[in-house]
Each structure stands twice: as structure tokens, then as C-alpha cells.
Design a protein around this ligand. Sequence first.
Ligand code: ZN
Length: 319
Amino acid sequence: MNATNGLHHITAIAGPAQENLDFYAGILGMRLVKKSVNQDDPGTYHLFYADAEGHPGTDITFFPWAELAPSRAGHGLSSEVALAVPPGSVDFWRERLTRSGTKILAPEERFGERVLPLADPHGLRLALVESESSLGRRFAAWERSPVPVEHQIRGLESARMLERDLEETIAFLIGALGFKKIGEEHGWHRYSVGEGGSGEYVELRAASDSPRGAWGTGSVHHLAWRVNDDAHELETRERVLRAGAHPTPVIDRFWFKSVYFREPGGVLFELATDGPGFHVDEKMESLGESLVLPPWLEPNRAAIEAHLPKLAAPTHFND
Ligand code: ZN
């Protein structure tokens, strides 16, 4: 089987856009590589944070829906996004996040690696993982980041999901997407996919006695998995269909092409092609600086801009 290649991006729901930008760019030091709108709800921003060149697998994106209620934790949702940091940097991050007033939890060890769990300003659970393998990945440092290069976030590491029925989801991950079992620890079942690039892991835990999770501020919206190109996407879509899920047709998201479906436990998944990439409509040096609209929304630019909240350059947190 031509397996998927790990996480392409993760999209989550935020509160006010400015607070989201100040946290991900100003405190975590990621680069805002695209400022656009939700293509299904153009009155809402879609903000993309990644490494300096927006490589697939380094990207966390947000719909800031300030008026939404907080999410309800439970099964059928992804419960945490893990970001890779270089080995030895958790102490740097613990100090930086503490000084910036970010809510952090005690460091943990997970599958042999040091991990710092935290929550973003709108309640999204994150974890910074000292990832040995992240040093060998495609990564472009962001020279205008407030975070020194040696501690910068090096892309996605993994995502956690809570499931009512583990077996159905596991069979789907293996059969349709090409995952392999890695191990089990404290009730978390770890699977991997791809060839050691960014976001190769997913961790699942049974949560059959919890309620069904519900989207809201601070929740993950969907997990997107990398496919090489159109042919790989169609072939994977076919396997998803045969496995009993209901994939959408291919949707052109302009920077990549997407297919959406729910895995058997209810978590929304996407397949996304590696190309063409974020530099298709902006120069690499000025990515994220102006509002980019897909061509079909361009005629409505004035109305869209008037409706969106004003967004100032992020406030950089420095010592
Ligand atoms: Zn997506």
C-alpha cells in the first residue's frame, strides 16, 4: 500500500484572532505563513503558522471563531496537538512560557521523550516534545522569530485522539491510511505512518465512558494527512471509501488539494497534497503579510476585509 506520509497540518478553533496571533507568532515564535479566510465562511480568518517556508508537516492553522462556546472534551475528537522541539529545549520553553503567563503542566516522559504539556490562550491542549528525529526533518528556521533558532518549534510531532471504540479506528488507520503499531503506554496506543518525517505519530486512548466530544473554542477541528500528489490522493480516497467512510470529492484549496471524511470514531480527517504550497500566491519573503483570498472570493475583497477584525503585527514576547 502507498501509505500516507504523516500529518500535513492540523486545524483548530481559536478565540479572538489577535490573541491567537500573539501566542503562536509572538510567544511560540512560529511564522504566520498565510493570512486568509475560511473558504466555507469567509467572514472568519484562517491563520496558518509553520516553519519559515511553510513545509507540509510543520503547519498548525486556526479558525478564530470568537463567539463560539468552549469545546466539550470527549470521544470522537482530537484532544491534543504535539509540536516537536529540539532535544534539550524543554527547560528553555518551561521558563519562556512561565514568564509569558502561559498555562503549563509538569513535564512528562512519553515513549522515552521529554514532553511539556500546556494550553494555548483559548484552551487548546498542546505538548512540546523533545524529538530526536525532528533534527533530521525538512525545516527552515524563521530568522525573525522571537525564539532563538536552536529552540524553535520544528513542526508537528503527533496528535492524540479519544475514541469510543478503539478497534474500529485502529483497523481504519491501518487498512485505509497505512499506519503501523509502535507501542502502548499509560493507556495510549501509538501508531506511526510515513517514513519518519514530521507528524508521523498518532496516539489513541479509549474513552468509552466519556460523552461525545463537541467542537468549540480550544478544540482541534481536523487532522490532515499528507499525500504526495493527485494520484496518491485519489488512490487513498478509494481505500477510505472501501473502508466504509464517506470521503468528499477532491476540493481545491489552492495551496493544496483536499479530501475530507470522518474516521469511524468521528474525528474529522483530511487528505492534503504536498503541493503546490504556500508560495504559489505570495513571495517567500513576505508570506502571511497581506490577506490572501482564493480567486473566486477576490471580487468580494472589500466586503470581506470590512467584516474581518483588524489584525496588528504580533506582539513578540521577549525577555
Ligand atoms: Zn485542513
